[in-house]
Design a protein around this ligand. Structure first.
Ligand code: LLP
Length: 421
């Protein structure tokens, strides 16, 4: 049985830190997301301790899990944040994060988002096109501000991950072609309200191999040196996020081994290293709990119909992602092979396929590695209220987001005015 950082098994029952998952399911109902504060902290500290000798800024990618209690946990450890919208920036503020440690990524920042970020004095904008640079310069000018900028370049490196989460190839929409970057830097350096401070790349997510990271960094460093020759000196190098985690039997590098592969390339260089890890901080620090509603068999196949669906966790449906699923207490039923499916009216609505499980209706299941790209990608499809989120700290259970109510779903909608005849 695969054991994940946050989850342990004792006498056939699953625990998160020192709290039984069955206690949480019983108290708060299902579906429900549960995170471990210690695991989130440890995953962040693993990066920090791997980087002691190098000036750095670890900007947690808020998109992976943006619950404000998660952000608060990281802010308290001194984390910076990588955001892609003003909504994420407001979350960082609410959580006590420091805007001076925020990098703003994303291909389509609007002028009003730029204004708000300038007003708060963020660390830097990761600019993805020349057109965006123009808008940022004019927006900063009208605010009487100067925008710190890093250009996100596309190093044309194959991250060898799922095509939907691969971002560093020429064919992807992200970044500025590395071969055209020097020209854009020269334009930027002449703009009155732009202060060029860095270079950035992010080649993809769930990378389980170090080699693509190293190639991307080598290309970035060649560019940094070329720019120095043109009189443009950069203060930081941002190598994005992307370190994979273990869902099944992958063996991704640890933050420690990842850093020891790239730090030699940065030796004798003064630039600060910026990182944007998301998944590797939160994925294995969280799970999603669900309850078996019905068991059903059609001769060929057995289905475990559970109360969580693709609206709660879309990764299996969207990326054919394999996620481990286990019963949270030892069942006394016989083992059979099940497809674990939800109540949503779509064939793509499954959490897991062909899994041996010994379960009966009423049993609770735990979907592992669900702390990243889980709740944040959930929706109200089929008018299903979104699940609550819980942060466990030792034996303390903190409800950090309530289950949505039907009233929450309907608030904001209105009927058409009555027709007057
Ligand atoms: N920086 C940028 C600019 C990004 O686009 C991303 C993720 C990250 C950092 C964080 O990457 P991470 O360390 O989490 O790999 N929903 C997908 C993953 C999408 C990743 C998008 N960008 C999934 O569930 O697999």
């Amino acid at each position: 049985m695969i054991m994940h950082h946050a989850i342990s098994s004792q006498d056939g029952n699953l625990f998160i830190e020192s709290t039984a998952l069955s206690t949480i399911a019983g108290q708060l109902g299902t579906p429900c997301y549960v995170y471990s504060k210690a695991a989130i902290s440890n995953n962040f500290l693993a990066y920090q301790s791997a980087l002691v000798d190098k000036e750095h800024l670890i900007c947690y990618a808020v998109k992976a899990n943006s619950n404000i209690a998660v952000l608060q946990t990281l802010a308290e450890l001194g984390a910076g944040f990588d955001i892609v919208s003003i909504g994420e920036l407001e979350r960082v503020l609410r959580a006590g994060g420091d805007p001076a440690k925020v990098v703003f990524s994303g291909v389509a920042k609007t002028a009003s988002e730029m204004q708000r970020a300038l007003e708060l004095g963020i660390h830097c904008f990761n600019v993805e096109s020349e057109a965006e640079l123009e808008l940022l310069n004019s927006t900063a000018s009208s605010c009487g501000a100067t925008a710190a900028v890093s250009l996100r370049v596309n190093p044309d490196v194959d991250a060898q991950t799922h095509p939907y989460i691969s971002t560093g190839l020429k064919e992807n929409k992200f970044g500025i072609d590395i071969n055209l970057a020097a020209q854009v830097y020269q334009r930027a350096a002449q703009m009155a309200h732009i202060n060029v401070v860095g270079v950035d790349c992010h080649i993809g997510s769930q990378l389980v191999d170090i080699a693509p990271f190293v190639s991307a960094l080598e290309r970035l460093l060649a560019l940094v040196d070329e720019l120095a020759g043109l009189g443009i000196a950069l203060k930081h190098i941002d190598i994005g996020g992307g370190l994979g985690v273990r869902y099944d039997d992958e063996e991704p590098p640890t933050p420690q081994s990842y850093m020891s592969a790239i730090l030699p390339l940065l030796m004798d260089r003064s630039e600060t290293l910026v990182l944007e890890p998301g998944r590797s901080i939160t994925a294995n620090a969280g799970v999603m709990l669900t309850q078996v509603q019905y068991l059903k068999s059609n001769g060929e196949k057995n289905f475990a119909i559970v109360d969580a669906a693709m609206n709660d966790m879309i990764r299996p449906a969207l990326y054919q992602a394999w996620m481990d699923i286990q019963s949270i207490s030892t069942g006394n039923s016989e083992s059979a092979v099940y497809d674990v499916v939800g109540p949503v009216c779509e064939t793509g609505d499954f959490l897991a396929k062909d899994r041996p499980l010994s379960i009966c209706a009423g049993d609770y299941l735990c979907l592992m590695s669900a702390g990243a790209y889980g709740f944040v990608m959930s929706s109200n499809y089929n008018s299903r209220p979104r699940a609550p989120e819980v942060m466990v700290d030792g034996d303390q259970i903190h409800l950090v987001r309530q289950r949505e109510t039907i009233e929450d779903l309907l608030s904001g909608e209105s009927l058409l005015p009555a027709v007057v005849r």
